[in-house]
Design a binder for this molecule. Structure first.
Ligand code: ATP
Ligand code: MG
Length: 261
């Protein structure tokens, strides 16, 4: 479903992602974990072509994402729901309108839009706030609107960037259960998070060890490594020689006294 082959992305000559190769099968639920700045958001952005890879190939379903023409990108995105880390809600629209937006763009019948939006808002526990404005909602409630907006068009791929970051423990569990249900209905889900989720789902420890990897690729680190190995071997060699010398002196010394060691 999603295939990264030796993908790298640079910002100002700094690697945000380096040599990433992995695949995610259809219907899998995957966690991408790593510390702040590890490249989790970058990885998601590459999947829905908010960013283009500098090196490597990205396939999403039948799309060669890196080579997509600008006019083709919306077709890719129709299949992908994104829960943004920074929400991106429209503050001059109601909760309902925020959720309904994608369906209206696709010219769905208003009655069906209403049914779908209220259903998905009920799923995230916000049906009673449908006609409120986002600025009147708490951070956690706004986050749930973002989740509802991503789910409403029933995407085959759901990308969630820190989806439970602003939620209390109980709501986080409800949302995690919701992801499980969406996943059980067949959607492929990638969740980027600092904390690794469990709940019996397959946790994919992508771990983005780019920092360590990048350092390894730096020439001066390689030089230091070679020097360290050389010094290590020298110390080992000296130790072995000293031990051999000591053994022969001891046996000379002991044979002088008629001892057998
Ligand atoms: N548009 C950009 N311009 C310049 N640098 C960027 C840009 N986007 C990301 N970066 C850099 O790329 C690296 C990875 O950023 P990214 O947002 O992918 O990390 P993250 O793992 O999502 O972090 P967090 O857990 O804090 O959300 C960071 O060092 C960041 O500063
Ligand atoms: Mg991020």
């Amino acid at each position: 479903m999603i295939q990264f082959t030796e993908v790298s992305k640079y910002y100002d000559n700094q690697a945000a992602l380096k040599d990433a190769t992995f695949s995610v099968g259809r219907g899998e639920l995957i966690y991408v974990t790593g510390p702040s700045g590890a490249g989790k958001t970058t990885l998601l952005k590459l999947i829905y072509r908010a960013e283009k890879p500098d090196v490597g190939k990205i396939r999403v379903a039948d799309w060669d994402v890196g080579d997509l023409k600008q006019r083709t990108i919306p077709y890719l995105r129709r299949n992908i729901g994104v829960i943004f880390q920074d929400f991106r809600l429209l503050f001059n629209r109601t909760v309902f309108d925020n959720v309904a937006l994608a369906l209206r763009i696709h010219s769905m019948h208003p009655a069906e839009i209403k049914e779908r939006c209220l259903e998905v808002l009920k799923d995230v526990g916000l049906k009673h706030k449908a006609y409120d404005f986002p600025k009147h909602l708490s951070g956690g409630e706004q986050q749930r609107v973002v989740i509802a907006r991503a789910m409403v068009s029933r995407p085959t791929i759901l990308l969630a960037d820190e989806p439970t970051g602003n939620l209390d423990a109980d709501t986080a569990i409800i949302i995690t259960k919701l992801f499980k249900e969406i996943n059980a209905r067949g959607a492929t889900i990638i969740i980027a998070t600092h904390s690794q989720g469990g709940h019996g789902m397959r946790a994919f420890m992508y771990c983005l060890k780019t920092a360590a990897k990048n350092l390894w690729h730096e020439k001066w680190i390689n030089l230091l490594t070679v020097l360290s190995i050389a010094v290590g071997l020298l110390i080992l060699g000296t130790f072995v020689l000293l031990t051999m010398n000591m053994e022969s002196s001891i046996s000379r010394w002991s044979s002088g006294f008629g001892l057998a060691i």
